[in-house]
Ligand binder design. Sequence first.
Ligand code: PNW
Length: 474
Amino acid sequence: MPEPMIPVSFPPAFLWGAATSAYQIEGAVREDGRTPSIWDTFSHTPGKTAGGETGDIAVDHYHRYRDDVALMAELGLTAYRFSISWPRVQPTGRGPAVQVGLDFYRRLVDELLAHGIKPAVTLYHWDLPQELEDAGGWPERDTAYRFAEYAQIVGEALGDRVEQWITLNEPWCSAFLGYASGVHAPGRTDPAASLKAAHHLNLAHGLGASALRSVMPARNSVAVSLNSSVVRPVSQDAADLAAAKKIDDLANGIFHGPMLHGAYPDSLLAATELLTDWSYVLDGDLAAINQPLDALGLNYYTPALVSAETDVNGPRADGHGASSHSPWPCADDVAFHQTPGDRTEMGWTIDPTGLHDLIMRYAAEAPGLPLYITENGAAYDDKPDPDGRVHDPERIAYLNGHLKAVRRAIEDGADVRGYYLWSLMDNFEWAYGYGKRFGAVYVDYATLERTPKSSALWYGQAARTGALPEVEAV
Ligand code: PNW
């Protein structure tokens, strides 16, 4: 059936953004007093990233930020989500701030504001100062206190000009890819430590949110970005439903439980009791974590499909990278399956209904809380044509499908205020190195030259008109 020709339009104040993170784009890792983060150490450890690639240079955004902001403005974006590199601001993870480090972000923010682009700051997108990891990292309670101090420093420095704040990006990845499966920095494979890390990330979020509020104007908005999973059972059999519930607890409830409701799910506590006794959850922690929020950020790429496991030694298909260690503590009795359908270059199935379902779930989980899609996008094997242009119709189709799902959720009553495409430009895709291109803007890694892909032009047109262009329009 042909698509109806009615334009899919969005509320006038809807934010059309793009997102990045510090380690993935900045480079300049040894400049202006910056010290190594766990991602510098990890990427420089042989065998940890594809081809041994690192973020040493990345896409040199630290030196090219002015051009990058000009490009965003040219495309028509109205918002930009970026993260602050903690070791640029506090090289040892403690003590006074490095002013040149903060100055870089002040200049970036002022440049954005001068171009009418709304900045959204993520405080922590995975680059823990190495010294804090050496002192125990996220499984250690002190790291949460250090994060609160860092949040206060950045809030004081930028709170007068940045309204939108995000404490943590995807704490699930920090805890479970970092400390259980080990495919992310710091590369530890200790399931008990990963659960402790999750609690201390929750605590960091709560203490960080309070610290931000104590130093910032009340008009500013404080949020967190969760990579909440849409977890589907393969059947409605009780065993498969229980498997889906367990993964939902370990992916979602473990974070939104304390953050939104002030409690860990009882079913999560029961499922993990052989591994951990949760004795590191001290009196007052849950109240400290359960801070009132102004918004919730959701990052979505693909849904999960699970069943009860009968062959506990079978291969995993959860799309979380190659590791013989699971990122799911206490879930060897759950099997992951590939969701049917076309996939992106990451092997992640394209499923826009998952985004609709995720939004509706959180609209119900947190009634009244404004929602933002703080990441959504796709990796494809983009290559310039002989004329130098980069055509990426698959990415346009992906964005179109997912933005329609957002629009459908708004029609269904969800209060979605904005969308940040992952990513503004091609960048360092963590363990996959530079091989996976998520950008709307193509980066030639030999020259670092930026070229908007056709998806960037399509998306810019959506941003300027507030409606989705025909997919053949660019
Ligand atoms: C997110 N997983 O990472 C991050 O926030 C971005 O920095 C990243 O570039 C983007 O998504 C694309 O990968 C994820 O294995 C990494 O489930 C891995 C997973 C999920 C998100």
